[in-house]
Design a protein around this ligand. Sequence first.
Ligand code: HEC
Ligand code: HEC
Ligand code: HEC
Ligand code: HEC
Ligand code: HEC
Ligand code: HEC
Ligand code: HEC
Ligand code: HEC
Ligand code: HEC
Length: 338
Amino acid sequence: MTVSFRNIFFFLILLIIILAGCETLTTSKPIIPIREYEKMIVGRLDAQYVGTHNCLFACHYHDKIKNNFEASTMGVQLTRKACLPLVNCESCHGPGSLAIEGITPEKVEQDAKEGKQTACNYGTFIDIKNIPPQAQSLICLKCHTANATFNLHNWNTGAHAVNDVSCIDCHNICKAFKKGSPDLTVRPRDTSEMCYKCHQEIMAEFSLPSRHPVPEKRIFCTDCHDPHGTTNDKLLRKTTVKELCSYCHAEKEGPFAFEHADLTEDCRTCHSPHGSVNNNLLLLREPLLCLQCHSGHLTSSSSTLEAKGAFYTRCTDCHSQIHGTDIPSASGRGRFTQ
Ligand code: HEC
Ligand code: HEC
Ligand code: HEC
Ligand code: HEC
Ligand code: HEC
Ligand code: HEC
Ligand code: HEC
Ligand code: HEC
Ligand code: HEC
């Protein structure tokens, strides 16, 4: 049996392709049982919890973080007299005794004299930035269980959790404190900037001439989407697109005596949700939009129609009730003309 050089060549190519496939299989994300994530967020077992006061009393480097933290809803739990001390630095960073070992006011003073900044042994804390996103989120989910924070019910199945986005990708816990903002929640008016960090293509859609007034801050991404996850497609807040749109555009909801077939069941038949080059967020301009499904026509009742073959450019000049109407047209049919 002779094997030609060409066959070997093709065999090699095939082998390379198969091996390349295996490579992506082995490097794809392993499925880790939740207890493995739990281990990652325990912190060093040989460290003790020492409390925020002990963490911070000698060295005032983190005072700003502390002040801002205490001013936040989460931090208030720590400081408010009537409340249990629910959240402190170690709730997220893990036990701190090893980190502050040997740090005394005297050492801090001495370091300062030598022009040095006293640093705690940060390596003994949980390595928050480098643990997998699921573990990062688990730090928060210890307390923010679905029962405590109701809108996190669908977190685990949401597109964000599934695609390795963690709580701290959106909630800049300590960075926000550093910037001097005690505001942990994302204010609605700041959400779009937050979302654009990762969804650049959506930013482009919202700079088109016709758009929902998100850049004008009259409505927000979170009016339509729940970033924490929903059981609906595209993280939408409502089960169907029609239900979502009708929440604000109730007059388009119907039912009408004369419906535009079942087209309005999905507003996306004609509209784009974010932005469009055409007015009224239309996917296509008129008359092209309508001519996808209809042919143009002439009417005797129209004075603009002297010349045979005159072409309408805006069908909705006459068919103005395009979403449906209860009033019949002149011929008693439903042609959305009034
Ligand atoms: C609710 C959880 C949480 C609490 C409470 C918390 N932190 Fe953090 N901290 C984080 C996370 C998450 C990061 C890493 C990501 C980041 O910088 O936003 C971090 C980062 C840090 C950093 C490094 C900042 C940097 O830019 O690298 C310091 C320092 C810090 N925290 C100090 C503190 C101190 C001091 C307290 C208590 C007053 C505290 N943290 C309370 C979650 C928390
Ligand atoms: C030790 C418990 C605990 C941990 C851990 C924790 N939180 Fe909280 N958090 C609370 C409590 C208590 C509140 C205040 C009550 C509430 O709003 O539910 C709160 C409030 C919040 C708020 C609302 C703040 C506001 O101004 O309304 C946000 C946002 C938040 N946490 C995010 C996080 C994130 C992100 C993490 C993980 C890095 C985290 N939390 C970890 C207990 C915790
Ligand atoms: C994709 C961005 C994003 C991610 C990821 C995210 N959040 Fe949020 N979160 C928001 C926004 C935006 C708000 C503002 C509230 C709103 O308008 O719905 C918010 C609000 C909150 C609040 C305020 C109280 C509330 O119920 O509205 C809490 C608490 C909270 N998030 C916790 C978490 C926790 C815990 C995680 C991780 C399990 C997480 N978030 C992941 C964007 C995010
Ligand atoms: C840290 C990056 C990051 C941030 C910030 C972020 N997202 Fe996402 N988002 C993703 C990734 C990754 C996916 C999954 C891949 C994809 O569909 O693009 C996703 C998917 C989505 C989807 C599509 C879901 C689907 O089923 O296809 C929506 C809607 C969405 N994000 C809305 C938001 C909104 C609203 C915000 C702001 C509150 C936001 N995202 C902030 C990373 C991010
Ligand atoms: C008026 C409601 C509304 C607003 C406001 C809105 N969206 Fe959407 N978004 C939708 C709908 C509806 C879809 C589903 C589109 C589809 O399936 O074709 C969607 C889809 C998406 C997707 C999935 C990708 C895609 O194009 O299908 C992302 C990501 C997204 N939106 C992000 C955002 C961000 C970020 C903001 C704020 C800057 C935002 N959306 C504001 C209604 C809205
Ligand atoms: C949270 C409320 C809200 C939701 C949900 C919503 N809209 Fe709007 N919509 C608005 C606002 C506000 C305007 C601006 C009205 C104005 O300028 O007077 C608008 C304007 C429009 C316009 C006119 C745009 C223009 O260029 O003049 C269209 C078309 C539209 N929406 C369609 C939709 C569709 C389709 C959906 C569902 C995907 C939807 N809307 C969901 C609030 C909403
Ligand atoms: C058959 C195509 C079509 C469908 C389906 C459709 N629209 Fe429209 N829509 C239009 C056209 C065309 C315009 C422009 C109307 C005009 O210029 O008189 C428009 C305009 C609008 C406007 C802005 C002008 C106004 O009347 O307030 C809103 C809001 C709107 N549509 C919402 C919706 C909603 C919500 C749905 C789903 C329930 C929907 N549309 C489904 C074709 C459609
Ligand atoms: C996706 C396809 C589609 C698009 C786009 C569409 N239509 Fe329709 N239209 C239909 C269907 C299907 C019917 C129901 C036909 C029937 O009952 O004979 C209908 C019915 C009508 C009727 C009533 C006809 C009758 O015989 O009673 C008018 C008028 C009409 N459409 C005008 C328009 C205009 C104007 C536009 C553009 C703004 C448009 N349509 C866009 C599919 C479409
Ligand atoms: C100058 C006003 C006017 C314009 C512009 C116009 N129409 Fe009409 N259209 C009418 C009238 C009037 C009727 C008949 C209404 C009746 O039966 O009472 C009609 C009927 C229709 C019918 C039902 C026809 C049938 O054979 O039963 C359709 C479909 C239709 N138009 C589509 C369109 C489309 C698509 C455009 C844009 C290319 C358009 N129209 C532009 C006035 C207009």
